[in-house]
Design a protein around this ligand. Structure first.
Ligand code: GLA
Ligand code: ZN
Length: 688
């Protein structure tokens, strides 16, 4: 098992803190002084500073004002509080928009936005790029050796696209680079359809509600281009920082499976992944589904760089932007915070330290409310998280060894959503990935969340729900993975189009001569879509090596498949495809490939993956994990940590794994029979 990896070289333990905006309080030195005292009281050891401070740092073009920041950083350093120093590009001063209007974003309807809000600059604007370079250089020169500063928080939540003339030109250049000539582009974009053939590059425009929308490949390329643009902008921001101090790590705060960009590309521009997590606890009566979803997002963040990540933001109490801004029930703040650590985070950080007095976030939860002290329910809960993190400090830098990888692929998602058919009321790709993930989550089996370009070799099992778009070489790599002993699970609506969104000819999945069809041993002839309320029964076959029997239901989508070399594990019992196989298994080389031809329900997935885990000998840290309890593992060469989390509002009984285990928080030895209280989290450790 791997050595510890400390993602922030200056820090060897867990971080606890918040976004801090002292620039809002410069006329209140009493409050700034109190902040330090309260940070210590609430056990905070890190602050993210400067995220939206540009107009205070450079109030007039070219006139910089750093004294206030000197003072804040010196004070934090003197009190042992570290800082992620932000580059301020997430929002800009009014003079910048006024003087250089090309920094303003143009929306897809080609309307130029007015100054205001945030996260809305053009990624191509030469003026914005220049101004960002200047301010970032100044910050790096002044602070990159500052004792408080442990890393760069680059911009804030990059998002969106811009359709201005600079971006259109960049897009055309990007396309020229990719396709070489228009003939090639026309062919691969299938542009004879509706007479869309292009005869000059200048005719090509980004997608728009009042213009081009029918060429799927164009839309997919636009998404890819926007990803490249943001990654390029991020790299542009980072260049001056690294040229001054190459050792200071950079992070950018990501968001879930954010729709706009492929995070696998953006993650390459930064050293450390961080993200902002705002689950809507207490929305549903059954909290397990949301807990699972959140766990899946955390796993993606860990997998992106195969190392610990940071929980850069979460709310210490409630948000102000969700439809219903609920407070967390007793215990849930600690549980939700430690869930991030359980999946690989080396920090618990909040938005925000202190509530602003005015503007749009004045009612967003903060460690310090308008009352001005921490003797509040939130203050106590935050302090409890800080204290708990100190108890489990040794977890920092430990890793997660997943035997299972689930593919969630951005380009595949964009292509599925844009496909026009077969189910325009919802293909639910993201939910489907989570439904498969849940089969493992419920058993405490760690999963990595990968994209189709990742290496499959480290895993025993690869699950590829709805891998509609297959890039060159992927089917071959999946075949090699199975032949060498891996287990693949694929589903309906896989291997339908290539990377240009052109359908494969000669029989799905994968088309003519495709290794995917050979690997799976089936041919998928047609797919039926069901209305939301419809269900179609299928029955598990008798006498197979797969220990699952009985009848289950298919929903949303079901395929009509034919066995080629595969064996059927289940058959449709009714409806159009009655008697046809619905679940199959194909043995090739040393491994095997399962195919699930219809969308199944969570209850089935849990049983299916539990049978699969037994059959293929997957490591399970605990047996018989009760419903709604999640168990994750972090480990290094010496120690193994289990995070046991009860997301249900009732206590549950479980058995500790064999061996000697210590409750890390209490220091007591763990008894064989364990009880976990409602919303409780228990961290136990054993020496290897
Ligand atoms: C995002 C932003 C923060 C803040 C929070 C509120 O995550 O990054 O600046 O607006 O949302 O939840
Ligand atoms: Zn632009």
């Amino acid at each position: 098992m791997n050595h510890k990896k400390h993602i922030i070289p200056k820090i060897k333990g867990l971080l606890h803190g918040a976004d801090y905006n002292p620039e809002q309080w410069l006329d209140r030195p009493d409050i700034l002084a109190k902040d330090i005292e309260l940070m210590k009281q609430t056990q905070c050891n890190v602050m993210s500073v400067g995220i939206f401070s540009w107009s205070t740092l450079e109030p007039v073009e070219g006139q910089f004002q750093f004294e206030w920041l000197d003072h804040v950083l010196d004070n934090l350093a003197a009190n042992g509080i570290s800082v992620f120093l932000a580059t301020p590009s997430g929002a800009r001063p009014a003079w910048l928009s006024e003087q250089y209007p090309d920094v303003l974003r143009v929306n897809s309807a080609r309307v130029k936005q007015l100054h205001g809000e945030r996260h809305n600059h053009c990624y191509s604007s030469p003026n914005y790029r220049e101004k960002v370079t200047i301010i970032n250089t100044k910050l790096a020169e002044r602070y990159s050796q500052h004792p408080a500063v442990i890393g760069w928080h680059v911009s804030n939540e990059y998002g969106g696209d811009c359709h201005c003339h600079y971006c259109q030109t960049e897009f055309r250049e990007w396309l020229k680079n990719k396709y070489g000539c228009l003939d090639n582009l026309n062919k691969l974009w299938w542009s004879t359809f509706w007479s869309h053939t292009y005869t000059r590059w200048e005719q090509i425009e980004s997608p728009s509600p009042i213009g081009e929308n029918s060429i799927h490949a164009l839309k997919l390329d636009w998404k890819r281009f926007c990803t490249d643009r943001v990654a390029n902008f991020c790299a542009h921001e980072i260049a001056p920082l690294k040229s001054i101090n190459p050792d200071l790590p950079t992070t950018a705060n990501l968001m879930e499976y954010f729709y706009d960009y492929n995070y696998w590309e953006l993650a390459k521009s930064i050293d450390v992944v961080s993200w902002d997590s705002y689950p809507l606890w207490h929305r549903d009566s059954d909290e397990a589904a949301l807990a699972c979803y959140t766990g899946m997002y955390h796993d993606l963040m860990r997998t992106l760089k195969n190392q610990p990540f940071l929980l850069m933001e979460s709310t210490p109490s409630q948000t102000n932007w969700q439809p219903i801004t609920k407070l967390k029930k007793d215990g849930v703040h600690l549980l939700s915070s430690l869930q991030a650590v359980a999946h690989g985070s080396d920090s618990v950080q909040y938005f925000q330290w202190r509530k602003s007095r005015g503007s749009v976030e004045k009612f967003h939860g903060a460690v310090i409310d308008h009352v001005g002290h921490a003797n509040t329910r939130t203050g106590r809960e935050v302090t409890a998280v800080g204290e708990y993190l100190q108890q489990i400090n040794a977890v920092a830098g430990t890793g997660t060894q997943a035997e299972v990888a689930i593919i969630f692929d951005w380009e595949n998602r964009w292509a599925i959503d844009d496909a026009s058919g077969p189910r325009n009321e919802g293909m639910h790709y993201e939910q489907t990935v989570c439904d498969h993930y849940r089969g493992f989550w419920q058993q405490g089996i760690s999963c990595d969340i990968i994209e189709q370009l990742c290496d499959f070799a480290p895993y025993k099992v690869v699950v590829a729900p709805m891998l509609y778009l297959i890039k060159p070489g992927v089917a071959q790599r999946l075949e090699a993975f199975v032949e060498q002993g891996g287990t693949l699970v694929a589903t309906y609506w896989s291997g339908i189009v290539d990377e240009h969104d052109l359908c494969f000819l000669g029989g799905f999945p994968g088309g003519e001569g495709s290794p995917l069809r050979r690997t799976l041993g089936i041919w998928a002839e047609e797919i039926d879509s069901l209305y939301d309320h419809e269900r179609v029964a299928f029955t598990m076959a008798e006498q197979t090596d797969f220990s699952l029997s009985g009848e289950f239901k298919a929903k949303h989508l079901m395929e009509h498949i034919h066995l080629e070399t595969a064996q059927a594990l289940a058959y449709y019992r009714e409806d159009l495809f009655a008697g046809c196989p619905v679940i199959t298994k194909n043995q090739i080389g040393k491994g095997c490939a399962y195919y699930i031809a219809a969308r199944t329900e969570t209850a089935f997935n849990t049983l299916f993956y539990s049978a699969l885990a037994d059959l293929h000998g997957l490591r399970q840290p605990m047996e018989n994990v009760p419903y709604g309890v999640s168990v994750t593992t972090r480990e290094d060469q010496q120690s193994r940590y289990l995070f046991i989390m009860n997301f249900m509002n009732e206590s549950q009984a479980l058995k500790r794994p064999c061996g000697q285990w210590i409750d890390v928080n209490t220091g007591c030895e763990v008894q064989e029979d364990m009880i976990i209280q409602p919303y409780q989290v228990i961290v136990i450790m054993n020496k290897k």
